[in-house]
Design a protein around this ligand. Sequence first.
Ligand code: SF4
Length: 89
Amino acid sequence: MTLHHHLADAIVGPTDQSWRLRSACRGMDPELFFPSSGGDNSATKAICLTCPVRLQCLDHAIVHNEPGIWGGTSHSERRSLRRARRSVA
Ligand code: SF4
């Protein structure tokens, strides 16, 4: 998965990813969403809080184990969510 794939400009894949076209991060610098580990990512997460497709984005990132900020969460936060999902499945 490339940095460009993260943004709404990404090519729509075999599954429906049309939600990307409505994302708040469309056209933004992808680097914002791939901060160095330990860096402050609160400003990026604040962008996600305004995003109309946050839940679709979050679900995609959990399913595909994406790196970076997706759906207002970091990779480590999603790891916890994945564990919680497995425990209720
Ligand atoms: S939730 Fe955040 S990372 Fe996901 S599409 Fe929206 S703005 Fe982009």
